[in-house]
Ligand binder design. Structure first.
Ligand code: KG4
Ligand code: ZN
Length: 355
């Protein structure tokens, strides 16, 4: 194998069109030569959420130009690439198809290997651009579509020990932001406005806090926020509710992460917890995890803030690791709107679910 490896990553699973080129010279960690992310915020803002057909159309319009930008930024020619990796799931099928089909045609035309990447695995490995992390580690994956505790035993080797039984954490942030009239996507707005509010003003519920192991639930919390808005008149009231919501979340994360660590210890002697996904950008959540780590003598590892949200560098990183293991995919590899990291994980969604 030649010394320098160049991998392209393509990400279109939801509302970001992203292309990245990374380089591995055998020295760790790999270098990000280009990481272009084009967000569709403006397209979806007026609808208050992602509209799949509009998202797919926007990916189609942007994918070529974003790819060109990544090539120019990295000063890499298409023919210099060693492999094309792209998100094949989970995500919106119409969106995944755009990026993955684009990757397939590049791979066929250039005669370079195609590598299908699980978007969640991209998040899981995203801190490895700055830290070398030894397997196994505990992962708290918190994004707009997923909230899970997983034991990461290696590339492609995951054991899920906890998951949300209803809304994802990012979804809870976004819905609360919408209720409070903050702009879409609201997660970061909640964090911003919570700084001006009183976190003890509203007493909000912490669903399944004393049962269900390290499984999570946020739907009841969102309903409670909706009810509490009856007491919201001024901007100060809004900031107080945002702060109370965020405090409730960090209390839930504190308790559930401690349970997850106990569970993790039964399976391994690792001492690292990684927090990844869009919500991992939240500084109060980072503080909470750091607090726990100082109590239980674990080390907390977070991706760089710019690599928390959806991006293609994390996809290229998984691509690189699979490339080194010669794990290539055929052109008939299907996109997978549902693609579990732990294929043995039980389906745990909806009311009445047994915990
Ligand atoms: O990982 P991501 O970019 O997309 C998915 O794969 O879902 O995560 C997006 C989610 C959104 O729900 C967004 O509101 C949330 O991450 N988010 C935040 C913050 N920044 C982004 N939530 C809380 N605090 C933040 N600072
Ligand atoms: Zn994501």
């Amino acid at each position: 194998m030649k010394k320098k490896i160049l991998i392209m990553g393509i990400e279109t699973s939801c509302d970001e069109t992203a292309v990245s080129i990374i380089q591995d010279k055998g020295t760790k960690p790999p270098k990000i030569l280009a990481n272009i992310v084009s967000s569709q915020e403006k397209v979806h803002k007026k609808f208050g959420g992602v509209v799949p057909e509009l998202a797919a159309r926007s990916h189609l319009e942007k994918i070529e130009i974003i790819t060109k930008k990544a090539l120019i930024k990295s000063k890499v020619r298409l023919e210099d690439l060693d492999a094309i990796s792209a998100t094949a799931g989970p995500g919106l099928i119409v969106c995944l198809s755009v990026g993955f089909n684009f990757a397939k045609s590049l791979s066929l035309t250039l005669k370079k290997p195609l590598i299908a990447v699980n978007h969640l695995e991209g998040h899981a490995l995203s801190p490895m651009f700055r830290n070398h992390i030894k397997f196994p580690y505990l992962l708290l994956l918190i994004s707009g579509g997923h909230s899970q505790y997983l034991i990461v035993n290696g590339l492609g080797k995951y054991k899920r020990i906890g998951t949300t039984i209803d809304d994802a954490l990012g979804e809870a942030f976004d819905k609360t932001a919408k209720i409070l009239g903050f702009e879409f996507p609201g997660g970061s707005k909640i964090e911003e406005y919570a700084k001006k509010g009183d976190p003890s003003r509203f007493n909000l519920p912490k669903p399944i806090i004393s049962r269900g192991g390290c499984n999570l639930s946020f739907a009841g919390l969102k309903t409670a926020v909706l009810r509490a808005t009856k007491l919201v008149y001024t901007n100060k009231d809004k900031f107080d509710l945002a702060a109370s919501f965020q405090k409730t979340i960090t209390d839930i994360i504190y308790r559930k992460t401690k349970i997850a660590i106990e569970e993790f210890k039964k399976h391994s002697n690792g001492k690292v917890i990684v927090v990844a996904g869009g919500v991992a950008a939240n500084r109060e959540i980072r503080k909470t995890i750091n607090q726990i780590c100082s109590e239980v003598k674990f080390t907390a590892v977070f991706p760089e803030i710019k690599l928390c949200g959806d991006n293609a560098a994390m996809i290229a990183l998984v691509g690189l690791k699979k490339f080194k293991n010669r794990k290539f995919d055929k052109p008939n590899f299907p996109v997978k709107p549902r693609w579990l990291l732990d294929k043995n994980a039980k389906f745990l969604k909806g009311s009445g679910v047994e915990l």
